[in-house]
Design a binder for this molecule. Sequence first.
Ligand code: ATP
Length: 356
Amino acid sequence: MSGLTLEHITKTYEDGFTAVDDISLSIEPGSFVVLVGPSGCGKSTTLRMIAGLETITSGTLKIGDQIVNKLRPKDRDIAMVFQNYALYPHLSVGENMGFSLRMSGVPKGARFERVQHAAQMLGLETILNKKPGQLSGGQRQRVALGRAIVREPKVFLFDEPLSNLDPDRRVTTRAEIRRIVRELGTTTVYVTHDHEEAMALGDLVVVMNEGKIEQAGTPDEIYSNPKTKFVGRFLGSPKMNLIECDAQLREGAIVLSSSQHQGITISLDAKSNPGFTKNTVTLGVRPQHIYLDASHQNSPQLGTGRVLHIEQLGFAQDYRVEVGGLTLLVRETQSTPRRIGDECRVSISSEHLHLF
Ligand code: ATP
């Protein structure tokens, strides 16, 4: 098993645009790493540099202990699964899966065994003789995955492999990918723009923005302790509320008062935010950590709010609530019947606040 090391990797395209800007990342052997971020943040460029499909402008890329910057793609022992998996239409499923092995001169018997084994893992045994045109989108994607698996590479690279599938199929296929990769124990880098997919799949989730790494950590770490506003907003649905505040340290408390909106003052225990010295701060609070009922008297109070908009989701209700001139997104899971225009006491959970 090999890990991957990216040291100060930069990619500047010929037109002078820097798509990846000095990123460093250490990927443990056998771990499943997800690069996630909005369109254009540089995740595919990073993956393509790892694959050798794009030159590296500066920095060092290692697979295991070997520097591979100048190594051709076919010599890197990497298998890549793309969004647009091109299967050979005239070859059967089995032949498609064994194609790269045939090209690299693997004898027929060994080829057959490896294809059978991958087909078993993927539940494709019964369709090995079918042609790609006779398969569903999900089956075709599994064949593309099978093609990568039979190569037994050091590293798997996935570039948005599920985007062509419908939402249900995406969820089942991603679970399948995770199960199979876990069974194989192969080091994997997976690119997606979908934060839920990233959280569901990654041992390590790397959030990228404008060519840089904003934060890398386990799904729990980056969700519970986002280091930047960008990460706080990017992960989680509905999105985190951000409130710009002035901050003062007073008698062991951090007193935040919203500079944009009247009447909002929040006092936090300074001990839970050691080293806090800022004069202005952005307070981040997720919609499910804002309360609209009066029972949270010990939580920081924002005042009396008014319901502006309701979205009924069945398992929860999302509200837009105006309080002190501020509009907040709130999610409630218990079914307190509320109507537009209703007044409510708005408070926030002091345990789930984020200061940026
Ligand atoms: P998406 O999810 O849309 O695929 P991404 O995060 O994978 O986005 P990249 O494909 O890595 O983004 O592209 C990063 C940036 O580099 C984008 O702004 C893109 O326009 C730019 N870019 C990509 N290829 C080239 C190229 N050949 N020449 C110049 N700029 C490029």
